[in-house]
Design a protein around this ligand. Structure first.
Ligand code: EPZ
Length: 425
């Protein structure tokens, strides 16, 4: 397995282009199953998770090609089976996103239950309950979700009013995709408001869906007979943006992130300012200047959008680890998303864990150490810690990083970091 070798101590300087959003690309690729014609998607990030989703579509017989401009062309009409095997779903739990579209368009789906995950149990009960409320017959057999729309309603789901018991991003997305071809109106109450949900809604509308209220906690979908193909550009990745801004802050550097959208990052930008960073922004760029200054410790509490995102929690833990003062981080979304704290302790971080709260006393300097990535955002926080640690840090199991960050070593090297990938045996 590949490793990353990083020698810390250099302030990052320069510009970095942000890639398309992983968590918008994955539901949009799944949604192509709903169309009855070809779809072209641009600004798709080159990530392991995207490759896995493309592999899953291909396994079902969907035709997926990449054109000379690296746009993804999907022709769902060649689909042969509505089956998502465990071997792919275990690699990427977002594979569950094909369940709603397959059921809505073909009336049947056999999708492996996603297994456990490093950051939490992450059940899909809300996905399943919502589809059942829309008339699907679903049972779990040998680790698979076997879903049928039943022949009673000519193979179509029926619109329903669904109150989601927990704010769930992919749950909202799966049910929205199921509803666009259902018979009648569906209302999703307590829906997730993430920008990636809005991007999926905009993609579905471009295919002819009738959706109102995406981005609010109440989404109304009027079912239509069919959806046509379209061309669509994926939104920029707000979490990649936030990660590079923290990289600039933690190293006392000066970085501009381009091809991004400041509007999606209010909660994160406020916290960076609180940490002492100077920020400037335009329509599609954000610049952070922390030259000559040590970050101030800040408190963070994660919650669904528009509050502070759980996917930025680990990155801010790295910032607090070298900040001036004591910061607290409260994780309210997932039950086990502090593994990075244990690895950072090995680099000299002073962190106390009390349930879902981490109390971090900033130290003047972290020390390089061999560390291991455990999940996507935890691995990003170890990269950030290594960028500021004294000496050379080696990060193992960086396949976690490759799932969510496109060309991370090239992008960081472009900003002056001393980083290289060491091919694993
Ligand atoms: C999405 O995961 C993202 N993944 C995650 O990003 C992100 O951390 C998460 O939303 C929260 O923002 C994608 O979009 C592909 P949830 P998702 O359903 O949808 C509970 C990354 O780093 N829940 O919003 O799986 C669940 O246990 C990844 O890119 C149920 O109880 O998260 C959790 O506590 C990591 N039952 C809470 O809801 C359900 O049926 C929020 O989870 C579904 C969820």
């Amino acid at each position: 397995m590949d490793k990353l070798q990083i020698t810390g101590g250099r302030p990052l300087e320069g510009e970095v282009r942000i890639s398309g959003a992983k968590n918008a690309t994955l539901p949009i690729l799944a949604a192509t199953l709903l169309a009855d014609g070809p779809v072209t998607i641009s600004n798709v990030p080159h990530l392991q998770d995207v490759t896995t989703m493309i592999e899953l579509l291909g396994r079902m017989g969907v035709t997926v090609t990449i054109d000379e401009k690296l746009r993804i062309e999907v022709d769902p009409t060649t689909i042969r089976e509505q089956f998502a095997p465990y071997e792919l779903v275990k690699k990427m739990r977002a594979s569950i996103l094909v369940l709603g579209p397959l059921l809505a368009r073909y009336g049947e789906a056999d999708v492996s239950l996603p297994g456990g995950c490093a950051i939490g149990a992450r059940p899909v009960n809300i996905h399943v309950a919502g589809l059942q409320a829309m008339g699907a017959d679903i049972h779990i057999e040998n680790g698979y979700i076997k879903a049928r729309t039943g022949k009673a309603r000519a193979g179509r789901l029926k619109g329903a009013r669904l109150v989601l018991e927990t704010v769930t991003v992919t749950g909202t997305e799966n049910l929205m995709m199921a509803a666009v071809l259902a018979d009648g109106e569906t209302v999703l109450e307590n829906a997730a408001r993430e920008p990636e949900v809005v991007d999926l809604a905009n993609f579905l509308i471009a295919m002819g869906a009738k959706i109102r209220g995406a981005g609010t906690d109440r989404i109304v979908i009027e079912g239509v007979e069919r959806l046509h193909g379209c061309s669509y550009e994926v939104m920029p990745d707000r979490i990649e943006t936030g990660t590079f801004l923290v990289a600039a802050a933690i190293t006392g550097g000066h970085v501009r992130t381009k091809n991004t959208c400041p509007a999606y990052l209010d909660a994160v930008l406020l916290k960076l300012q609180e940490a002492g960073a100077k920020l400037a922004q335009g329509d599609n760029w954000i610049e952070l200047d922390m030259r000559g200054r040590r970050p101030k410790a800040i408190d963070v509490r994660t919650a669904p959008y528009p509050a502070f995102p759980t996917d930025m929690q680990a990155q801010f833990a790295a910032l607090d680890a070298v900040a001036d003062g004591v910061g607290t981080i409260i994780e309210t979304v997932f039950e086990n998303r502090f593994m990075h704290m244990l690895e950072m302790r090995r680099m000299g971080a002073e962190i106390r864990l009390e349930g879902n709260t981490a109390i971090i006393k900033g130290v003047p300097k972290l020390m390089a150490a061999p560390v291991m990535a455990t999940d996507l955002r935890a691995s990003a926080s170890l990269v950030l810690a290594a960028l500021v640690a004294e000496g050379q840090t080696v990060i193992e199991r960086i396949y976690h990083i490759d799932r969510g960050y496109e060309s991370i070593e090239e992008k960081l090297s472009g900003l002056g970091a001393q980083i290289r990938r060491v091919p694993g045996r």
